[in-house]
Unconditional design. Structure first.
Length: 346
C-alpha cells in the first residue's frame, strides 16, 4: 500500500469526522427549532377560557396583528404567529373587527377565527330593574344563550373584589349585572356575558367612587345595592327615587318594617298588579312585611339613578307612600295621613 494512498484515505476520514458533528448539530438545531415553534403555537393558558376583547384595525398587517396579540398576552410569539400564517397561505387574510378570544386558544384557532371574520353582533338592551331571571329570559328570546346556561353561569365562581361576601348561587349576582345596552353575538358564551356585565358594574362604581360614598354612610356595598334595587322596583319616576330612598332610611332608623311591596313580589317570584293580604304573609327572608331591616340581598339590578339615590337620599320625615293612578306616589309622615292617601288614590 503506497504512502499516497494512505494519506488520501486518512484525509477522507478526517473530512468525514469533521462533517458528522456539523450534520448532527444541524439536525439538533432543526429539532430544537421545531420544538420551539410548536411550543410557540400552543395556548398561553389552556385552562383560562375567559374572554379577551380584541379589535383588529382595518388594513392591519399580519405582523401588526401578531404584535397586538402578543401585547395582550394571547400568543407566545409574534414571529411564530406570522410564520404560521405565511406557511398556511393566510398572510393578509385576517379580517378587521371586534373579536372575543381567550388564552386557551392555540394560534391555529385564533387565526381561524380572525380569517373567518367577526361574528354578527346584536344590540341588546337590559332594562333597569330587571332581575337575573328576567335577563336570562330576554337573552334566550334574542337567541343569544339558553336561559338555563345563563342561570348556571351566574354561579361562577366570580372573583371581582366588589363581590366579596356575596352569596355564591344563581341569585348571588342579583343587583350586580349592570343594566345597559350591550352588543353580543350568538357565539358569546353565557359566562362571558356575565363577565361583561359584571365588569361594566365595576366600571360604573369605580368611575363614581361609589364604594367610598357608600362606606361614608355606614353601609356595605351589598346593603347599598339592596336599597338601590328596592328604590328601582318601587317607582318608575326618576324624580321620586331620592325621596323613596329617604323613606327607606327613615324606617331603618326607627326600626320599622320596610313593608316594600316589591320585595314581596320578588319573594313570590311573580309580578302582580295588586298584592293580596295572603301575599303579605309569604314566608321568605325577602318579605319586608315580616322581617326587620333589609332583605338578604338586592331584588333586581338597578341603574345608576337608583344607585345615586342611595348616596344622595332626600332629607325629609316621610315614612309612608302609596301609588297614584299616574304611577307616581303620595307621601305621608303619619299613618293617619297615609291612610287618607290610600282612601283617596286606591
Amino acid at each position: 500500500m503506497s504512502y499516497n494512498y494512505l494519506t488520501a484515505r486518512n484525509q477522507r476520514r478526517r473530512r468525514k469526522q469533521r462533517y458528522l458533528p456539523t450534520r448532527l448539530i444541524a439536525i439538533l438545531l432543526l429539532m430544537v427549532g421545531w420544538v420551539a415553534l410548536w411550543y410557540s403555537l400552543m395556548p398561553v393558558d389552556a385552562e383560562n377560557t375567559g374572554g379577551v376583547t380584541v379589535v383588529v384595525p382595518r388594513d392591519a398587517s399580519t405582523a401588526q396583528i401578531a404584535t397586538m396579540l402578543k401585547e395582550q398576552g394571547l400568543i407566545r410569539s409574534a414571529r411564530a404567529f406570522s410564520l404560521y400564517a405565511r406557511l398556511h397561505g393566510l398572510d393578509g387574510a385576517m379580517k378587521p373587527g371586534t373579536y372575543t378570544l381567550s388564552l386557551s386558544m392555540p394560534v391555529s384557532e385564533i387565526i381561524e377565527v380572525l380569517t373567518k371574520g367577526p361574528p354578527d353582533r346584536l344590540k341588546i338592551t337590559i332594562p333597569e330593574g330587571y332581575t337575573v331571571a328576567q335577563i336570562a329570559v330576554l337573552l334566550e328570546k334574542q337567541g343569544i344563550v339558553q336561559r338555563e346556561d345563563f342561570m348556571q353561569a351566574l354561579r361562577g365562581p366570580w372573583q371581582m373584589a366588589f363581590l366579596q361576601g356575596v352569596p355564591v348561587n344563581q341569585w348571588g349576582l342579583e343587583g350586580y349585572l349592570y343594566p345597559d345596552t350591550y352588543f353580543l353575538s350568538t357565539e358569546t358564551k353565557a359566562d362571558r356575558i356575565v363577565e361583561i356585565m359584571l365588569k361594566n358594574f365595576g366600571r360604573v362604581i369605580a368611575e363614581h367612587d361609589y364604594s367610598r360614598h357608600v362606606e361614608s354612610m355606614g353601609l356595605t356595598l351589598h346593603e347599598a345595592m339592596t336599597i338601590a334595587s328596592m328604590v328601582e322596583r318601587e317607582t318608575l319616576a326618576a324624580s321620586e327615587r331620592p325621596r323613596i330612598a329617604g323613606v327607606i332610611f327613615n324606617r331603618l332608623k326607627l326600626g320599622m318594617p320596610l313593608q316594600i311591596d316589591a320585595t314581596v313580589q320578588y319573594a313570590l317570584g311573580e309580578t302582580k298588579e295588586k298584592l293580596l293580604f295572603k301575599d303579605l304573609l309569604v314566608d321568605s327572608p325577602y318579605n319586608t312585611y315580616r322581617v326587620e331591616g333589609l332583605p338578604p340581598g338586592p331584588i333586581a339590578n338597578p341603574g345608576w339613578p337608583s344607585m345615586l339615590a342611595v348616596i344622595q337620599p332626600e332629607s325629609h320625615n316621610y315614612l309612608y307612600y302609596v301609588a297614584k293612578p299616574d304611577g307616581t306616589h303620595a307621601f305621608a309622615e303619619t299613618l293617619e295621613a297615609h291612610n287618607e292617601n290610600v282612601r283617596k288614590y286606591q
